[in-house]
Design a binder for this molecule. Structure first.
Ligand SMILES: Nc1ncnc2c1ncn2[C@@H]1O[C@H](COP(=O)(O)OP(=O)(O)OP(=O)(O)O)[C@@H](O)[C@H]1O
Length: 603
């Protein structure tokens, strides 16, 4: 069994070692995720996006728990828990200062992620709703984190304190778009003695009358790189949820990283509402843990299904792919990139409905920003990510989708015959296309090839791919038994709401092609040129590999090689064909000398 497929714990240890020692990339314990941060030096300033009707809600998620920088010298804002002590009303409202505090801690790519997310929401006034929205709004919590972070042990497996008492919880925010969605946002607290700034996650009447969380933690489902997942139960509504939990341990680097990831997930998910994206219900901070409450998807992940039942048939692949794309089109329509699309992060409910999950890597992209961090799971990673170019776009998800389709067809990801660094080389520095199983239809093969084009600017967008014949073929009709019953976003109790920032859905089925994909202008702005191979993790491998740094752009950046029997030109000529971006034409690239200053920071 190839090492990539072994479950996380303890697997690929040798491989991890190899990657870490040779490339200084960080490879997680599963070796399926690599992270390389690059300093955001010289980044253009992030311009806040315009205020939308949902901004106040977004503040609740964004301004609260503001992320953790891996740089130990910097402050690490933590949620401000508990509602126990009083606070003057003027602290409860007003334009949020959270973004400022976030920005102040941002220097790495990861922290920059946070600041971008927050900055984009940073100019909305939440004053008017603040006090009215929550009965608790007139009280300001003290931050038990101050005590906790000075070294308390936080091990508990029950979700309750070891003495049996419940922790104090944050009220849960209502789902996005809720008319009564609370908008209480507290300004950042002064820095605590432990050097941690406090801020508050969300708010809302999701506490029981006694002040305890309505959510009860149930059986353990599984653990990921950044936390443990449990089943949960809403004691008032009788609804099941998934609880993603991270322990808050002071002065623990790992805990901070996990908290940062979970906060990232909260920031992104709290703004999303789509049938093919796992629904965010709320989050709470107790004395010991940060918990995120999510829609429970009982079927498990595509990865799990593949492990248990083997490769999927083409109709199933079609069906799942279409739903994944629907979720991606929605996400990309909000200029948000998932960055970690793979079977393990795509859940399936018992009806075969797909839910994109695990948004810990997701990031909002603005026209003025470039994505600088190198993060994700290597086998599903796009070449431009592997090569750590000066910016990449929503197109990275399309590449990963192509890899996921291959994963569904073969029960293993592309390049799985290669280990660690070798796989990274193959993806980033070869012209090779991963093997596509022969048994797939020509439509399927063509679809995969379109996704796996090395030049991100010629990759079709998610919306464009929804129109591809592969998803419209006869087998789609056979397999299409579980399209979302209702494409409208939903409250956590199942009722539907209309998205505020999205083109309205018409009727019972989503009109996905109306979702506006980011303009090519934006893509240009996002994608900084030239290609900068010097920032690639491959560069860390030393002089022996330097020849690759001066390589001209791959010829494979041209339209992909034709597969026998399928007329790719026909697809290229179709109305939804994407345009080539002349900005990314090979002549636009400038080679960078291998001894140019290294601009990336590998952690
Ligand atoms: N909303 C959910 N409903 C049901 N199960 C879930 C839900 N979210 C996650 N899980 C399950 O919990 C386990 C851990 O998920 P998590 O997202 O933390 O990690 P992962 O995706 O497996 O790995 P990684 O974090 O490395 O990508 C997985 O088995 C996943 O299928």
């Amino acid at each position: 069994m190839p090492t990539w497929w072994v479950r996380k714990s303890g697997k690929n240890k040798d491989d991890n070692h190899l990657v870490q020692s040779q490339t200084r990339c960080v490879v997680d314990k599963s070796s399926r995720r690599i992270s390389v941060d690059k300093k955001g030096n010289g980044d253009p300033p992030v311009t806040p996006s315009r205020c939308t009707p949902r901004c106040s809600r977004e503040f609740a998620g964004a301004s609260g728990f503001s992320g953790f920088d891996s740089d130990e010298k910097k402050y690490h804002p933590l949620p401000r828990p508990s509602l126990s002590s009083s606070v003057p009303n003027d602290h409860v409202s007003g334009s949020v200062s959270g973004s400022a505090s976030v920005s102040s801690v941002s220097s790495s790519g990861s922290a920059e992620d946070q600041s971008q997310l927050t900055s984009s929401r940073g100019h909305c006034d939440v004053k008017s709703n603040a006090v009215a929205a929550s009965p608790k709004a007139g009280t300001r919590p003290t931050s038990p984190l101050h005590n906790r972070l000075s070294g308390m042990s936080l091990e508990s497996s029950t979700g309750r304190n070891d003495d049996g008492r419940s922790s104090e919880y944050h009220p849960l925010p209502l789902p996005p778009g809720s008319p009564t969605s609370p908008t209480v946002v507290l300004p950042s607290s002064p820095t605590s003695p432990s050097g941690v700034q406090g801020s508050w996650i969300g708010g809302g009447p999701e506490m029981s009358p006694l002040g305890f969380s309505k959510w009860k933690k149930g059986k353990f489902i599984g653990s990921g790189t950044f936390g443990r997942v449990y089943q949960g139960f809403n004691s008032e509504k009788g609804k099941i949820c998934a609880i993603k939990e991270v322990k808050v341990i002071s002065d623990d680097k790992n805990s901070k990283e996990c908290l940062k990831q979970l906060n990232q997930e909260i920031n992104v998910l709290s703004q999303l509402c789509h049938p093919n994206i796992v629904q965010y219900y709320g989050s709470e901070l107790s004395e010991e843990t940060l918990s995120v409450y999510l829609e429970y998807v009982s079927g498990g992940s595509i990865h799990k299904l593949l492990t248990e039942y083997g490769p999927f048939t083409e109709p199933v692949i079609q069906n799942y792919t279409r739903q994944i794309l629907a979720g991606l089109a929605y996400l990309h329509g909000r200029n948000t990139v998932h960055r970690d699309i793979k079977g393990a992060n795509i859940l399936v409910d018992p009806d075969g409905e797909i839910k994109l999950a695990d948004f810990g890597m997701a990031k909002h992209v603005t026209a003025y920003s470039t994505m600088l961090s190198f993060t994700g799971s290597p086998y599903w990673m796009a070449p431009e990510v592997v090569m750590h170019k000066n910016g990449y776009t929503l197109a990275v998800d399309v590449w990963s989708l192509g890899c996921t389709i291959l994963e569904m067809a073969t029960a293993k990801p592309p390049w799985s015959q290669f280990e660690g660094v070798a796989a990274i080389f193959k993806i980033g520095n070869s012209k090779d296309m991963p093997e596509i199983p022969d048994h797939l239809s020509n439509d399927a093969k063509n679809f995969i090839r379109l996704c796996l084009q090395r030049n991100p600017t010629v990759r079709p967008t998610a919306s464009q791919l929804l129109e591809h014949p592969f998803l419209r073929g006869p087998s789609t009709r056979v397999a299409n038994t579980s399209m979302p019953k209702d494409a409208s976003p939903r409250f956590y109790d199942g009722s539907c709401i209309q998205p505020t920032r999205e083109p309205p859905y018409s009727g019972r089925h989503p009109v996905f092609h109306t979702i506006k994909s980011p303009s090519r202008e934006n893509v240009r702005a996002i994608t900084s040129l030239p290609v900068s191979p010097c920032s690639s993790p491959l560069r860390q491998l030393g002089p022996a590999y330097k020849s690759c740094f001066l390589s001209p752009p791959h010829p494979s950046y041209a339209f992909p090689v034709q597969d026998s029997g399928y007329n790719l030109a026909e697809f290229a000529a179709s109305p939804f064909r994407f345009k080539k971006d002349t900005m990314m034409e090979p002549s636009s690239y400038r080679a960078q000398a291998p001894n140019s200053p290294l601009r990336s920071r590998l952690v």
